[in-house]
Write a new protein. Structure first.
Length: 178
C-alpha cells in the first residue's frame, strides 16, 4: 500500500485537524461540564483546574468556578486524598510511599496527603505486606539465598512499601521455613 495515497493523506489530515480545533466554552457551559466531571468521581483541584483551562477559560473565570465547586461541595481535596489513598491501597495494593508520591504529583497539599494516609489501618497494612511477601516468595522458588530475598524486597519497595516492614515480613517467612 502506498502511504502517500489520496485516502491516507486525507485521513491523516482530518485527524490532525480534529486535534488542532479547540472548542472554547463560555463560563456557563463550562460550569455544566465541570459539575458532571467532578460528580462522576473525586478529582483533585489541579485536575479540575487543568480541565477548566482546557475549555479555554480565563484565569479569573477558572478561579470563580473553582471556588463555586468548593462551595457546593463538588470539590474537596481532603475527601479526594482519603478516597485515593484507601482505594489505591485496597485495589492496587500500593504502599504509603507510592500513594504519597502520586498525591504529590497531583499537587495535593501535605496536610491532605497526611490525612489520606492516616485512613489506612496499620493492621490491614501489615497483613497486605505479609500476603504480598508470601506470594512473591512462592513465585521466586527458582532463586536461591539472597537473590530470592532481594527480588521480594525490590518488588515490594517498587510497590511503595517501606523497607523496614518488608524486611521484617521476609524474616518471618524465612524463619517459618527453617
Amino acid at each position: 500500500m502506498d502511504l502517500r495515497s489520496k485516502t491516507w493523506h486525507n485521513y491523516s489530515k482530518s485527524v490532525y485537524l480534529s486535534f488542532m480545533i479547540k472548542k472554547y466554552l463560555t463560563p456557563d457551559q463550562a460550569w455544566q461540564k465541570i459539575k458532571h466531571f467532578c460528580a462522576y468521581q473525586e478529582r483533585s483541584h489541579q485536575e479540575t483546574k487543568d480541565r477548566l483551562y482546557g475549555y479555554g477559560l480565563s484565569t479569573k473565570d477558572v478561579e470563580v468556578l473553582l471556588s463555586k465547586l468548593i462551595e457546593e461541595d463538588y470539590l474537596n481535596e481532603t475527601r479526594f486524598a482519603t478516597l485515593f489513598a484507601g482505594g489505591h491501597f485496597r485495589t492496587k495494593k500500593w504502599g504509603r510511599v507510592k500513594i504519597a508520591y502520586e498525591l504529590k504529583q497531583k499537587r495535593v497539599s501535605a496536610y491532605n496527603i497526611k490525612a489520606g494516609l492516616a485512613t489506612i489501618e496499620e493492621e490491614a497494612y501489615e497483613q497486605t505486606i505479609n500476603k504480598l511477601v508470601a506470594d512473591k516468595w512462592e513465585k521466586c522458588k527458582g532463586e536461591v539465598g539472597y537473590a530470592r530475598q532481594a527480588k521480594v524486597m525490590q518488588y515490594l519497595v517498587s510497590r511503595g512499601f517501606e523497607s523496614g516492614p518488608v524486611q521484617a515480613a521476609i524474616t518471618k517467612i524465612k524463619a517459618g521455613l527453617q
